[in-house]
Design a protein around this ligand. Structure first.
Ligand SMILES: Nc1ncnc2c1ncn2[C@@H]1O[C@H](COP(=O)(O)OP(=O)(O)O)[C@@H](O)[C@H]1O
Ligand SMILES: [Mg+2]
Length: 190
């Protein structure tokens, strides 16, 4: 744990995120054992998606569980821009471009959002915490894409929406509507 400290990327209420010291293209997410629920759920969900053959295109590649004493954690692809820096949230770009956007989405941004929504619907990838800091805009060398770095999987004890696409789609659409009206539109209107 101490060797990871200098590589700290972010610290939420329950989770600590580090750049992996050995693999530049990986991050390590750790939760203390007394608050391991979210991380456990995510590990289970990523394995489920892998088994189903879902491509990890708009969520970071899952690279397995890691063992650190006192913590539950996993490794995943670091979402980086072409220059090697950690990608920034979509809303950070929207806020900077306020004047330019003039209260509406640029077609390019709209296309990126549509692409993410279509991906979630096509593969029934369930967002449970669709908030602004969890959606990064990755400006890669080859392409620009939105990546959902946190908050996937079903919150419910029995995740039926995971197995019944019809229910999954309903859940995705509901969360997406809320994300657009609460997180994206207010930034554009500022
Ligand atoms: N795969 C990733 N690639 C790059 N940065 C990441 C990645 N995952 C998390 N981060 C950074 O770490 C922060 C916290 O990670 P997150 O998984 O959202 O944890 P929390 O559960 O605390 O919200 C993010 O806001 C982001 O800055
Ligand atoms: Mg988060």
């Amino acid at each position: 744990m101490d060797e990871l400290r200098p590589f700290l990327l972010g610290q939420g209420t329950e989770r600590i995120v580090f750049r992996s010291p050995k693999e530049k293209d990986c991050v390590i997410k750790l939760s203390p054992l007394n608050a391991q629920k979210q991380t456990r759920r995510e590990i289970r969900y990523f394995r489920f998606l892998q088994k189903k053959g879902v491509p990890f295109l708009h969520i970071p590649q899952f690279k397995g569980e890691v063992k650190v004493a006192g913590y539950v954690g996993f490794k995943q692809e670091a979402v980086l821009d072409a220059d090697g820096s950690v990608s920034r949230p979509l809303t950070a770009y929207l806020e900077e471009g306020r004047g330019v956007f003039g209260g509406s989405l640029l077609p390019e941004t709209k296309a990126l959002l549509d692409e993410l929504l279509h991906y979630l619907l096509r593969y029934n990838v369930l967002p449970c915490d669709l908030t602004a800091p969890n959606v990064l805009l990755q400006c890669g060398a080859e392409r620009t894409r939105l990546v959902l770095i946190d908050g996937v999987g079903s919150m419910n004890g029995i995740p039926i929406a995971q197995y019944i696409p019809f229910l999954g789609r309903r859940q995705i659409k509901r969360k997406w509507q809320r994300f657009m009206t609460r997180r994206i539109e207010p930034v554009l209107k500022k």
